[in-house]
Design a protein around this ligand. Sequence first.
Ligand SMILES: Cc1cc2nc3c(=O)[nH]c(=O)nc-3n(C[C@H](O)[C@H](O)[C@H](O)COP(=O)(O)O)c2cc1C
Length: 310
Amino acid sequence: MNAAVTIGRTTFANPVLVASGTFEFGLKFPSVANRLGGVVTKAITMQARVGNPPPRICEFPGGILNSVGLENPGVEKFCTEIVPRTAKLKSRVVVNVAGFTVEEYGELAARLDSESVDALEVNVSCPNVKEGGALFGQQPQVVEAITALVRKETTKTIIIKLTANFVDPVETAKAAEAAGADGVTLINTLFGLALDENGRPFLGGRSGGVSGPALKPFALFCVDRVAAAVKIPIVGCGGIMNGQDALDFLSAGARMVQVGTASLVNPEAALEVWTGLKEYSARNRLTGWEQLVGRTRRHGGGESKSDVRS
Ligand SMILES: Cc1cc2nc3c(=O)[nH]c(=O)nc-3n(C[C@H](O)[C@H](O)[C@H](O)COP(=O)(O)O)c2cc1C
């Protein structure tokens, strides 16, 4: 079976990516990166950022909370020092970009347009500093404005990484689609708070983002809902630890998947996810991913019932 998946003008050799912030730039483990569909870089901002004070990670039984705070070298240094190295990877390089104003997203897209990277993943889970700090991705009209601006500034494939924090991603996914996005990634981390034994926030950044297995049922629920509402491809993300998890996301309607927290535990996790998918497809003699993608809804039963079950 041809395992390749195309989103926008980018063809990925297989549907498995590593998620932003969990595999740096793919340069530490090239033997893994080279066998995946691609690497999504950690978030790149206009200016360099030192990130949040430690501790930045807190484990809990269902996963982790992180408050890395978008530590990164800034777009200029990324282009001059890192892109020449990531360009040598055999898989696709997707740059996760994060702005603190709508205009910054446009500037990032314009700066990266001439670089040897394959696609942009637009991270709208950042606080809109000028407008009181709500996340850009919580307002469909802001997602639409950012997507339209990025679309204007680049010819590269653009995938909008949506948040599901206090917002229905169906509305923001529709906004991204209307403004010309090639795809959407669902979901980013969910808000969380961890406390120490004295009741003080454990993380240096106070609150954090929940990731790992605890996220999977909700992420799958989001993918299933959004898949029924938009035509552009969905990249599923949230708690994918093995091939079966990835299969679930494809069944729910994702065309590609991202492996995040699992790589922090085992750098080969994404490869194992890919092996699991490959073995499933061989065992079942699949002729194409379309046989799996969205099959949950094809099984029926979802349309007439409420999506919110108690
Ligand atoms: C340590 C850490 C850093 C992250 N950094 C970013 C980031 O820079 N940009 C982004 O869009 N998502 C970031 N994420 C979110 C992941 O890309 C992913 O959406 C989330 O962790 C859910 O997937 P998972 O459960 O497989 O980890 C980060 C996650 C973790 C755990």
